[in-house]
Design a protein around this ligand. Structure first.
Ligand code: CAA
Length: 260
């Protein structure tokens, strides 16, 4: 399908979604949110794909937030629909069988920070600036920032970030657990693709199982979460990949996983 606000590419087992509105620092308007949501579904349909990278076009921004010009004119009902649209997009990423890696290349503010928090792994360029500045606009995050941020960095740190609306450097974001790793800006794409290929070499059943177990388990009590692990673990033993992985170990060779 043709998109107006994003660029979608495929490289082997990896899908790439690039937000393409550099003139407004890749701000998310309604059409862009709908296109990202659609593209996640489209990539999922392609059984060859196992990993997806999400990044911003240009060298200045990942996503500078939800589109303020769009929001400025919204009624409460339109704001509700907009918020639901954003939540739906991020739920789609979070629930996807694909492993989402965010390559944070510049500003990741508001909806930008919220977008990468729904991803599975986040690599950032050294010059990235990260934050939830909604409070400076007289609102608060609407795409999950008040909920995912405390789950990632803890309540106190989240409140400080949300209440001040200040930007964090990439290094500070890493130090509070909001970003996995920081690279020199010019190395970011290469490092993200290296990681994507590393993950794409694993069993796709297990990459999606691990994602699902961590995401589901974190929100339920430990007993039920562990029961979930037992059930996924036992079903792993009906797969080719389990047999191949263990056989390869015993035969002292590298496994070839088939995702079945
Ligand atoms: N929405 C709409 N347009 C945006 C935008 C946004 N979030 N961020 C930047 N732009 C536009 C600017 O209006 C500007 O357009 P013009 O050239 O037409 O004037 C263009 O992008 C370039 O931006 P600046 O000239 O401001 O660039 P800068 O380098 O001086 O500053 C910046 C960069 C600090 C990121 C600044 O643009 C900025 O503060 N942007 C807004 C960040 C923000 O508040 N994000 C949160 C949005 S609210 C949200 O996301 C709510 C939610 O949870 C759903």
């Amino acid at each position: 399908m043709a998109y107006n606000n994003i660029i979608v590419e495929k490289k082997g087992k990896i899908g790439i979604i690039k937000i393409n509105r550099p003139k407004v620092l890749n701000a998310l308007n309604i059409e862009t949110i709908k296109e990202i949501t659609q593209s996640v579904g489209d990539l999922e349909q392609d059984q060859k794909l196992q990993v997806a990278i999400i990044t911003g076009e240009g060298d200045k921004a990942f996503i500078a937030g939800a589109d303020i010009a769009t929001m400025a004119k919204m009624t409460p009902l339109e704001a509700k629909e907009f918020s639901e649209l954003g939540h739906n997009m991020l739920k789609k990423i979070e629930n996807s069988r694909l492993i989402f890696i965010a390559a944070v290349n510049g500003y990741a503010l508001g909806g930008g920070c919220e977008t990468f928090m729904a991803c599975d792994i986040v690599f950032a360029g050294k010059s990235a600036k990260i934050g939830q500045p909604e409070i400076n606009l007289g609102v608060h995050p609407g795409f999950g920032g008040t909920q995912r941020l405390p789950r990632l960095v803890g309540r106190m740190k989240a409140k400080e970030i949300l209440l001040t609306g200040r930007n964090l450097s990439a290094d500070e974001a890493q130090s509070v657990g909001l970003v996995n790793k920081v690279f020199e800006d010019e190395k970011l794409t290469e490092e993200v693709e290296k990681l994507a290929n590393q993950i794409a070499g694993k069993s796709s059943i297990q990459t999606s199982f691990i994602k699902e177990l961590v995401n589901k388990g974190i929100d339920i009590d430990l007993n039920n979460a562990n029961a979930l692990e037992i059930s996924y673990f036992s079903s792993s033993f009906s797969t080719y990949d389990q047999k191949e992985g263990m056989k390869a170990f015993l035969e002292k060779r590298k496994p070839t996983f088939k995702g079945k």
